[in-house]
Each structure stands twice: as structure tokens, then as C-alpha cells.
Design a protein around this ligand. Structure first.
Ligand SMILES: [Zn+2]
Length: 322
């Protein structure tokens, strides 16, 4: 009997289908973990946002460029065809990530397709934050969002970024339902807002993990609505598989984007590394195979052809390449 080497089979098929697509990352803050800050990894999620903001705010354009270059080269080494990376644009870092991003695109233009997306770590509502959001929106290929940074005003946050994307005829990537917590309903809100703004087929939900913590009836109805609105999803498997223990009762599941349910419902799901070697994910090294492996294990999703699509063509779709 011949042993079926499934890893090799997947890698071969991924190559034959155009190569990996890393559909979600934050290259400008990759490799910011140091001997001095590693111990801060234990603090909570929201506090890490503030620390990350401090690191980025204190970075020079050259430091940001070096980090982005290292991350980009790590992608090229693995045969990544295209990457979608967020870059911070806000009153702290101002346009330094934009300047670094321009140089990166020029340097690697023959080697990899890079789509930039603006991270809104200070929200989009406060006056100065909004001004920098508009600067970022003009520069990037895809408009980015993080509604939980405008907590209590998530709808307004989505209205602002959807209108900005529509005005510029750009797609939109939004961090939603990240905490594996049933009190979050951001994917649903994003889907409703997609329909309200007439942005069907142009909206991508990043994470949507908390959907897995909802009752089956809710999930099924949401998938139908997402499919109808053409809302796509990016799963970043290692980014939140380490969700901490909680004393809440939810349907049993792993802390992962429920690809095993979304794909059969016809929802386009792509794959991303998210944070690489920073305060959020000090051990993540940007290895695409590890991300795909964790995704298939976390959801027990073993459909080889669909896994290949998740790693390749679906990534091109969420980045607007095809
Ligand atoms: Zn992210």
C-alpha cells in the first residue's frame, strides 16, 4: 500500500493553483517582540493594542521598512503569490507606515503582489483619528476597519468606513468577532451594513470566530445572509486558537472561524497569518503551512480541494485580484 503524503499533495496543489495567498497580516508591526517586551505577552488583549500602538508610534520609517521587508521576504521564500497586509495610519504613526509601504512595493514589485489595507487602531470617529483614516483610505488598495476600537459606536464606525470605500470604489476588510464570545455580533452587523450600503461582494470579515459560539439556528441564518450579501471571510487560525479559558456556556467548538460550516454554505473563506512575532503572537513566524494545518485540525475540515481554494484562489478573491 502506498502512503498518501497529504501535506505534499496539498503543497503541490497549492503551487499548481498559483501559490499561497496570505490574505491578512500586519507587516508593519511584525518582528516587534524583543527580550525586553516578551514578558508583556500575558497582559490582556485591549492593553496589547495600546502597547502595540506605542511601539508603532515610536518607530521610524526605516524601522517599519525593515520589519515589512523581513515579513515580505518570508512570504516570497514560501512561494506566496500575494499578500494583504494592514498598515497603521493614525495620529501616532502618521504617514510613516505609508512611506515604508511605498518603498516595499517598489522593491518587491516583481516578486509578490502586495495589497495594503489601513488599520484604524484609534478608531475612525474622534476628529484626529478620522483625519488620518481619510489619509490612509486614499493611499490603500482596500479600506480597513476595527469597529471594536469605537466600542459603543460600532454602527457609526462601519457607516464611516463603508461610505469611504464606496466613494473610492474600493473593497473593505473589517476585523470582527475576534474574541470567541457569544456577546459579540459584529459579523451580523457587518453583513447588515453591507446590504444597507449596497456594498455586496466587496466586503470581507476578518476572523468571525465568535460566530462559532452562537447557537446553531443563529449561525445557519447568518451564513445565508452572508452568502446573499457576498460577505467573504479570512480565517487566521493561530491568531486566536489560544483563546483563554472562560466560564461561559456555549456550543462546544474550537476557537476558530467555523470554515467547516461556512464553506458548505457557499461562503468564500481565505487564509491569513495575522500577527507575526509581535506582542499578540510572539511565537507566530508567518508559516502558511502551519496556518492551513491548524485551520483544518481546529475545524476537522479535510476537503483537500476546498483547502487548496482557501489557500489560493479564495485569497485572490478577497484581495480583489480576481
Ligand atoms: Zn488583524
Amino acid at each position: 500500500m502506498d502512503y498518501l503524503d497529504l501535506k505534499q499533495q496539498l503543497l503541490d496543489k497549492i503551487k499548481a493553483n498559483g501559490g499561497w495567498v496570505n490574505a491578512h497580516a500586519h507587516f508593519d508591526r511584525a518582528f516587534t517582540i524583543t527580550k525586553e517586551n516578551f514578558h508583556l505577552g500575558a497582559i490582556d488583549f485591549q492593553k496589547k493594542w495600546a502597547l502595540n500602538q506605542k511601539i508603532i508610534t515610536e518607530s521610524t520609517t526605516e524601522q517599519i521598512y525593515d520589519r515589512m521587508a523581513l515579513a515580505t521576504e518570508r512570504m516570497i521564500e514560501q512561494g506566496v503569490y500575494a499578500v494583504g497586509t494592514f498598515i497603521d495610519v493614525n495620529p501616532g504613526v502618521k504617514d510613516r507606515s505609508i512611506k515604508a509601504a511605498e518603498k516595499i512595493r517598489e522593491k518587491y514589485k516583481g516578486d509578490i503582489i502586495i495589497k495594503y489595507i489601513n488599520q484604524t487602531l484609534q478608531g475612525v470617529i474622534e476628529k484626529q483619528a478620522h483625519e488620518w483614516f481619510e489619509v490612509g483610505a486614499d493611499f490603500v488598495d482596500i479600506i480597513g476597519g476595527l469597529p471594536s476600537k469605537d466600542a459603543g459606536h460600532e454602527s457609526e464606525h462601519l457607516d464611516i468606513i463603508l461610505a469611504a470605500a464606496k466613494k473610492r470604489n474600493k473593497m473593505i476588510h473589517v476585523h470582527v468577532d475576534q474574541l470567541n464570545d457569544p456577546t459579540e455580533h459584529e459579523t451580523e452587523l457587518l453583513t447588515d451594513k453591507t446590504i444597507e450600503h449596497g456594498m455586496q461582494g466587496k466586503v470581507v470579515a476578518i476572523h468571525s470566530i465568535s460566530v462559532a459560539a452562537q447557537p446553531k439556528e443563529y449561525r445557519t441564518a447568518l451564513y445565508k445572509k452572508m452568502k446573499a450579501a457576498g460577505v467573504m471571510v479570512v480565517a487566521n487560525p493561530t491568531a486566536y486558537i489560544d483563546d483563554g479559558r472562560k466560564e461561559i456556556m456555549v456550543p462546544s467548538h474550537n476557537s476558530a472561524t467555523p470554515v467547516d460550516e461556512m464553506v458548505p454554505e457557499g461562503i468564500i473563506v481565505a487564509l491569513g497569518t495575522d500577527n507575526i512575532a509581535d506582542l499578540h503572537k510572539p511565537f507566530t513566524d508567518g508559516d502558511m503551512w502551519i496556518e492551513l494545518r491548524v485551520l483544518l485540525e481546529a475545524c476537522r475540515f479535510q476537503d483537500v480541494n476546498e483547502l487548496v481554494k482557501i489557500a489560493t484562489v479564495n485569497g485572490r478573491k478577497v484581495l480583489g485580484i480576481e
